[in-house]
Design a protein around this ligand. Structure first.
Ligand code: FE
Length: 432
C-alpha cells in the first residue's frame, strides 16, 4: 500500500440529484482509500507521489452489476434474429456459446480478451455470471484479479431446461458449487464468489434449496434474473403454481435481499405485489440493464419508481443481451429508455406536462455510487471511500470554444470510447 496524490478536475455524485465538480483539486489516497479532496495540497502530503492529470476529468470507477462474461464473445450479434420466437437467442447464441467454456483453452482466450477490453472502460467493480463450468469460472476469477478488478464472479447453476453440455444434475450442481467455493475462497484478491442460479426456469426446487443452504453456510451474496420477459413470467407461473409472484420464488430461498445481499437483474414487469416485496427488501440491488431491455422487449424497467420507493439500483451491461460493456453507453441507453418510458406511461399526448425522467446526474449516480454500494464504500470521492478513479482525456472530442465541466463530461459519456480512458485506479492501485 503506497500513498499518492491525483491532480485534476474531479466529478462525482455524492447525492443522486446532482453532480459535484471540483476544478483543479488534489485527491489524496492512502494507497487503498480516499483521504480527502483539497483545493490546495496540505503540507504533509507534498512528498507523496503525484500523478498530474491537469486538464483532464477524473471520475469515480463505475460498477457493472450484471454482466455475462462468456457472452462477450458474441457481443453485437443476435439482436436482430429474423422471424424468431422468444427462445431463438438462447438456442442460437447464448447456450451453444456458453457450452464452449468446458474447453479451458477457449475460455482463457475469451476471458483474457474480455478483461483487456474492460480495462479500457470506466468499470472498476463488477458482478459477473460465468458458466456452469467450475474450472473456467476459476480461470475467469484469476484473470480479473490479475488485471486488478474488484467484485464477484458466479459459477452458474442449471439443472433443468438447458442443452447438452450446459446442464448438470442437481447433485452435481450443488457439489461442484461447494467445491468451487472452497477452492476460490480468499484466493483471488478483490474477486470473490457469488451464488448464481441462472433463473428459476433453470433450477429445480431441490437445487434452489441446496444453494440457499450454501448461501447461509458460507455467508455469500447471490445474483440472478427477475421478471425480464412477459413470456418468462408465464413460464415461472407454470413451473411454480404455488407462488403468487415471480419474486416470491426467490424470496422463499433467501434470494431476494431478505437476510443476504442480492442482485436481481432487470425487474422490468413487477406486479403490484412484487413491487411491494422488492421495496421492502433492504439487501436487494436491482441491476437496471437498459440496453438489453430495449432489445429484448422494447421497454424499460420502472426505474424512477424503484428509486423513489427507496430500492437500491445500479446499472448492468448484461453483455451480450446488451451490446456494450462500456457503462457510459449503458448510462446513455438508460436515459433514453427512461424518456421513452415516461413518454408512453405519463406524458402520452400532454404537450406541457412536467418532464420526469432520469437526468444525466441520476444515471451517473446509478453507474457509480448506486451500484458501487453493493461492494461497500465504492463509487464516490468522499473521504473513506475505496480509491477507484478513472482519468478521462477529452482532447480528441473538444471543439473550438471552451465548455463547462458538465458539458465536457456529458460529451464524453455520449461520444467517448477506449481512446478517452487515460488512466485507471482500482482500490488505490494503478491498473492502466
Ligand atoms: Fe442476464
Amino acid at each position: 500500500m503506497c500513498a499518492f496524490v491525483l491532480k485534476g478536475t474531479f466529478a462525482h455524485t455524492p447525492q443522486i440529484d446532482g453532480f459535484q465538480f471540483l476544478e483543479d483539486h488534489f485527491l489524496v489516497s492512502d494507497g487503498e482509500k480516499i483521504v480527502g479532496l483539497f483545493k490546495n495540497l496540505p503540507e504533509q502530503y507534498k512528498n507523496l507521489r503525484l500523478y498530474d492529470y491537469t486538464g483532464k476529468i477524473i471520475i469515480p470507477g463505475m460498477s457493472d452489476l450484471h454482466i455475462h462474461a462468456p457472452q462477450y464473445a458474441f457481443r453485437g450479434i443476435g439482436q436482430n434474429i429474423e422471424g424468431s420466437n422468444w427462445d431463438s437467442w438462447f438456442e442460437r447464441y447464448a447456450f451453444p456459446d456458453e457450452s464452449r467454456y468446458m474447453d479451458l483453452d477457449y475460455a482463457g482466450k475469451a476471458y483474457e480478451r474480455l478483461a483487456n477490453d474492460l480495462l479500457k472502460t470506466p468499470t472498476t467493480r463488477l458482478s459477473m455470471f460465468a458458466t456452469i463450468h467450475r474450472p473456467a469460472t476459476e480461470l475467469l476469477m484469476d484473470i480479473l484479479d490479475k488485471k486488478g478488478f474488484g467484485g464477484y464472479v458466479g459459477k452458474v447453476n442449471m439443472d433443468r431446461n438447458s442443452i447438452e453440455g450446459l446442464l448438470e444434475s442437481t447433485e452435481e450442481t450443488l457439489s461442484e458449487t461447494e467445491k468451487w467455493i472452497n477452492e476460490c475462497s480468499g484466493k483471488y484478491g478483490l474477486i470473490k464468489p457469488i451464488i448464481t442460479p441462472r433463473y428459476i426456469p433453470s433450477c429445480t426446487d431441490e437445487a434452489m434449496a441446496g444453494l440457499s443452504k450454501l448461501i447461509e453456510k458460507y455467508d455469500l451474496p447471490v445474483q440472478s434474473h427477475l421478471s425480464e420477459g412477459l413470456d418468462e413470467i408465464e413460464w415461472v407461473k407454470s413451473l411454480k403454481p404455488e407462488i403468487t409472484c415471480y419474486g416470491q420464488g426467490y424470496d422463499m430461498y433467501n434470494m431476494l435481499g431478505g437476510k443476504t445481499k442480492c442482485i436481481q437483474a432487470h425487474c422490468i414487469f413487477p406486479t403490484d405485489e412484487e413491487f411491494e416485496l422488492i421495496s421492502r427488501r433492504e439487501n436487494l440491488w436491482v441491476a437496471h440493464c437498459a440496453d438489453a431491455n430495449l432489445h429484448s422487449c422494447g421497454t424499460s424497467a420502472p426505474i424512477l419508481k424503484y428509486i423513489r420507493a427507496g430500492v437500491k439500483v445500479g446499472l448492468g451491461s448484461d453483455s451480450a443481451g446488451g451490446s456494450f460493456i462500456n457503462l457510459f453507453r449503458v448510462m446513455w441507453e438508460a436515459i433514453i429508455a427512461s424518456k421513452v418510458h415516461w413518454a408512453y406511461t405519463v406524458r402520452k399526448n400532454e404537450p406541457f406536462v412536467k418532464k420526469d425522467f432520469l437526468s444525466l446526474a441520476n444515471a451517473f449516480y446509478l453507474a457509480t455510487k448506486g451500484g458501487g454500494s453493493f461492494f461497500g464504500n465504492v463509487g464516490s470521492f468522499e473521504a473513506g471511500y475505496q480509491c477507484d478513479a478513472v482519468v478521462l482525456d477529452d482532447s480528441r472530442l473538444i471543439d473550438i470554444i471552451p465548455r463547462t465541466t458538465y458539458e465536457r463530461l456529458e460529451r464524453m459519456i455520449s461520444l467517448s470510447d477506449d481512446r478517452e480512458i487515460a488512466a485507471k485506479f482500482i482500490n488505490g492501485k494503478k491498473v492502466l
